[in-house]
Every structure is written in structure tokens, then in C-alpha cells.
Design a protein around this ligand. Structure first.
Ligand SMILES: Nc1ncnc2c1ncn2[C@@H]1O[C@H](COP(=O)(O)OP(=O)(O)O)[C@@H](O)[C@H]1O
Ligand SMILES: [Mg+2]
Length: 298
């Protein structure tokens, strides 16, 4: 089997400020295979952006292991990290307006960050990128005249300019309506299918996470559960060209949920489940019964 494109073991990130330390990642374990389109979901403050910034080389983790595309991110020099950011990853944010110039056209905006090549080459390449995100007809519109979703697609085109191995999207649908959000996800699916691009989407949007094959939930900086699309859904999903007209089922209907064991065999048991069986303290009874492990009240 091929090496995973992202292998993250026991990853820890501590932010130190003057008087406090924040443990943003507390031993996160995530493996992502090349060619996946997957989502990471979690409440605000659970460490999603921190994780994405670590993979993107924007910040350095504190401890653990993080291998991306065969590179050990703990061992890269500052200079290698700059190259890594430029060559390996593309980033899409919730709020792209800050990186785009409203008075330039979509086409010009895509050319602006391109560093290399003749101006004819840049023009051609920028147009190709706009085609990839389905925006070729708006190439000559000023950015300020485009809708939020169209601007987001311009941002995706820019993120693809260096042919990254990995596209990282932090709340890419955070400020658009649900129809636009479906469009953006359609673009991701197309890029994933046609270019084989690995795409990691960070979101707190449960509707969006229903529309990818695999969803990893993180809670308090730790992997808590993983949902994998059911085979019956997968078949329909693979034959859909657009998500715009799909029903509004829940993620529980479309995906099977699993708890995740870390390397030491540790498991995070959701508080709701413990409450249901009336566990109050920090002890549970653990028993093997007919091929099952059961957790019970002490
Ligand atoms: N630069 C930083 N300095 C100090 N604390 C930070 C910094 N960035 C994030 N945090 C803290 O780390 C935790 C995780 O934040 P974040 O990764 O942004 O969560 P999410 O993206 O899931 O909302 C939060 O408690 C947040 O306040
Ligand atoms: Mg965030």
C-alpha cells in the first residue's frame, strides 16, 4: 500500500503567551491517504485551524510526529519549510477578500501571485485555473462584481497555481449560503476526481461534512471519532455530478461512526454515552462478553 500523504501521530501544539499556555493539540492522531477528499469537524476552539496550520507549515508543532508527502515537518529547516509551503500545499480560507484585489478582474487576480514565467504563460495558466474551477466565463469580470461563492472559486484557482499535492481549506464555506456551499464542494469534488488532488476541509458545518467520504471529529485537540460514508451512499454519491439537489439527510444516516483508538489503545468515550449509563466518577467497569467489550457502571 502507498504511504499516506499525511501521517500525524500524537501531535501536540502548545501556544505560549506571556502568562498562559494553551494546549491546542493534545496528542492528535490522523492518517490521510493520498487522493482523499475528507473533512475535519469540531467545535470552535477544538484545534482545527491549529492542525491545518501545522500541516500547511505555517506554524511548528510542539511534539509528536508529522510526516506530510514524505517530509518530516519537525526536521525541515526554515528554508526548507518555505519551499514546502510553496510547492506542496495550497490554502483556501473562509475570508479570502483580504488576499484578493476587488478592482482587478478574476483573471488578473489569479495572475498576480504567480512568480515565474512570461506574462503570456501566466495568462494562459491563469485561464486554465479559472476553467478548472468553472469560472472561465467570468474571467474578465472585476472581482468586486462577483458573488461570494465566485470569489471563493477565484481563491481556489489561486491556491492551485503551483500544482500543490495537497489542498487545505479552513472553513471554506463559512460565509456563504448553503447553495453556494454546495457549489464550492462540487469544485472540490471535481478537483479531487480529475486531478487526484488530496483535499482536507476543516469545518464546523455538519451539512458539509455529510458530503465527503470520511469525517474525522476532533474534540479538545484530540481525535474523538471517525465517520465513513456507507457503501449505499457512496454509490449514489460517486454518480452525482452536483450536490445542489441532494436531500438534507443527516450525517448519521449517510455515515457509519467509529471511535478511534490511539497507539496506546486509548479511547475517548463521549460524555453523553457515559451519562446515559449513569457513570459519574472516573471509573468504569470493562468486560469482554461474546466478542464485545462493554463499558458499565462500577
Ligand atoms: N496564536 C495563538 N495563541 C494562543 N492561543 C491560540 C492561538 N491560536 C489558537 N489558540 C487557541 O488554541 C485553541 C484551538 O484554536 P483553533 O485551532 O483556532 O480552534 P478551531 O479552529 O477549532 O476553532 C483555542 O483555545 C485557541 O484559543
Ligand atoms: Mg478555526
Amino acid at each position: 500500500m502507498a504511504e499516506p500523504i499525511i501521517q500525524c501521530d500524537n501531535l501536540v501544539k502548545i501556544y505560549k503567551t506571556k502568562d498562559i499556555e494553551v494546549l491546542a493539540l493534545q496528542g492528535l492522531e490522523i492518517t490521510i491517504e493520498e487522493g482523499e477528499l475528507m473533512a475535519i469537524i469540531g467545535n470552535s476552539g477544538s484545534g482545527k485551524s491549529t492542525f491545518l496550520n501545522m500541516i500547511g507549515g505555517l506554524d511548528r508543532p510542539s511534539a509528536g510526529r508529522l510526516i506530510v508527502d514524505g517530509k518530516d515537518l519537525f526536521k525541515l529547516t526554515d528554508r526548507q519549510l518555505v519551499e514546502y509551503k510553496r510547492d506542496t500545499v495550497g490554502f483556501v480560507w473562509q475570508n479570502n477578500a483580504r488576499n484578493l484585489l476587488p478592482w482587478l478582474t478574476a483573471w488578473q487576480n489569479v495572475q498576480t501571485p504567480m512568480l515565474f514565467g512570461s506574462s503570456a504563460h501566466k495568462k494562459r495558466r491563469a485561464f486554465e485555473l479559472l476553467e478548472m474551477v468553472g469560472l472561465e466565463k467570468r474571467a474578465n469580470s472585476r472581482l468586486g462584481q462577483l458573488s461570494g461563492g465566485e470569489q471563493q472559486r477565484v481563491a481556489i484557482a489561486i491556491a492551485l497555481a503551483n500544482n500543490p499535492r495537497l489542498l487545505l481549506a479552513d472553513e471554506p464555506t463559512g460565509s456563504v449560503d448553503s447553495t453556494t456551499s454546495d457549489y464550492i464542494l462540487d469544485v472540490f469534488r471535481k478537483l479531487n476526481r480529475e486531478l487526484g488532488l488530496t483535499i482536507v476541509i476543516v469545518t464546523h458545518d455538519r451539512q458539509l461534512s455529510r458530503k465527503v467520504n470520511r469525517v474525522v471529529s476532533i474534540r479538545d485537540g484530540k481525535t474523538s471519532s471517525e465517520r465513513i460514508m456507507k457503501q449505499s451512499y457512496l454509490e449514489q454519491y460517486n454518480h452525482m455530478d452536483s450536490l445542489a439537489n441532494t436531500g438534507d439527510g443527516t450525517i448519521e444516516e449517510s455515515h457509519d461512526e467509529f471511535a478511534v483508538l490511539d497507539r496506546a489503545g486509548r479511547l475517548q468515550v463521549p460524555r453523553e454515552m457515559l451519562d446515559k449509563i449513569g457513570v459519574e466518577g472516573n471509573k468504569v467497569r470493562l468486560e469482554v462478553e461474546n466478542g464485545h467489550i462493554t463499558l458499565g457502571k462500577p
